[in-house]
Design a protein around this ligand. Structure first.
Ligand code: SAM
Length: 276
């Protein structure tokens, strides 16, 4: 996979050369190219911002440097693209608090792409015509890290790149660990169960006995129960998307005890079911 990042703060992306993502780059599984937006300015001050039409606080990023920078990226595709992939071009990811909220599901989708391009906004963001224009040429996704505001898109690039790159074959040593995690589709998008390592007793806290029982079935049941309980208590919104046909009688009993009953396409609170 190749990732191009256009930014005015290239140094922000240096952590991508560390740890597993750095190793993935060294192994040729991933190539990250950081490009300076200011190289596509024409004035002495290398200006990338200006005041917003209609007034208001702050400055916006001007469309011209973005147009030139992104056109330069598009004109320089990865060498190994299939004809089909070259035809479709990259996915342009624009970090923004107004975008769709980034999720494991989107990370899986993006991990299947050979080429991603990020456009990092700063100030009050990028002139809206940039997204409008590139939507007519390539696939564009505005992506939010969550319902809060950062100073720039670089932190979002770090988070999204790490979530996507760890899904690429060979990046994480034990591939099974990717499917046994919170939000994994293979685990029905549930939160992960609590996990423990040695010692068995620490500061008066004991590891649940079932985990040392050697009884594989009982361990799996305990983990599934805990995952369901945790999800119901911490992220009930995820239960709305839990497919009831993927739940056995024991799952249904745990969820019923937490106050959740099956409904079309997911679960809903028992009280709401009664009210209907
Ligand atoms: N004026 C924008 C608004 O109210 O929606 C906020 C601009 S923010 C100060 C500057 C840049 O930070 C954005 O263009 C985007 O690149 C990035 N950013 C801020 N919050 C973000 C979030 N929650 N997710 C992803 N990127 C974000």
């Amino acid at each position: 996979m190749r990732i191009d990042v256009v930014t005015i703060f290239g140094e922000y992306l240096q952590p991508l050369s560390l740890s597993l993502i750095g190793k993935a780059q060294a192994q040729g599984l991933l190539e990250v190219r950081v490009r300076d937006l200011r190289e596509h300015t024409r004035d002495r001050h290398r200006t990338v911002d200006d005041t917003p039409y209609g007034g208001g606080a702050g400055l916006l990023m001007k469309p011209e440097p973005w147009g030139e920078a992104l056109d330069a990226v598009l004109a320089d595709p990865p060498a190994a693209l299939t004809a089909d992939a070259a035809e479709r071009g990259p996915v342009l990811l624009v970090p923004s608090p107004v975008g769709e909220v980034f999720s494991q599901r989107l990370a899986v989708e993006l991990a299947a792409e050979p080429w991603l391009v990020f456009a990092c906004g700063r100030y009050e963001g990028i002139d809206a015509r940039v997204v409008e224009h590139y939507r007519t040429r390539i696939r564009v996704r505005e992506v939010s890290l969550g319902d809060y505001v950062l100073n720039g898109g670089e932190v979002a690039v770090l988070a999204i790149t790490e979530a996507v790159a760890r899904l690429l074959p060979g990046v994480v040593g034990n591939a099974a660990s990717l499917t046994e995690e919170s939000h994994a589709a293979e685990h029905d998008g549930l939160l992960e169960h609590p996990a423990y390592t040695k010692p068995a007793s620490w500061r008066g806290l004991e590891v649940p006995a079932v985990l040392s029982s050697g009884h594989h079935g009982a361990v799996e049941r305990w983990r599934r129960d805990e995952a369901l309980r945790r999800t119901a208590r911490r992220r009930p919104d995820l239960l709305a998307r839990l497919d009831p046909s993927r739940c056995d009688a024991a799952d249904l009993a745990v969820l019923a005890a937490e106050g959740w009953v099956p409904a079309a396409g997911g679960f809903r609170p028992a009280a709401a079911a009664v009210a209907d």
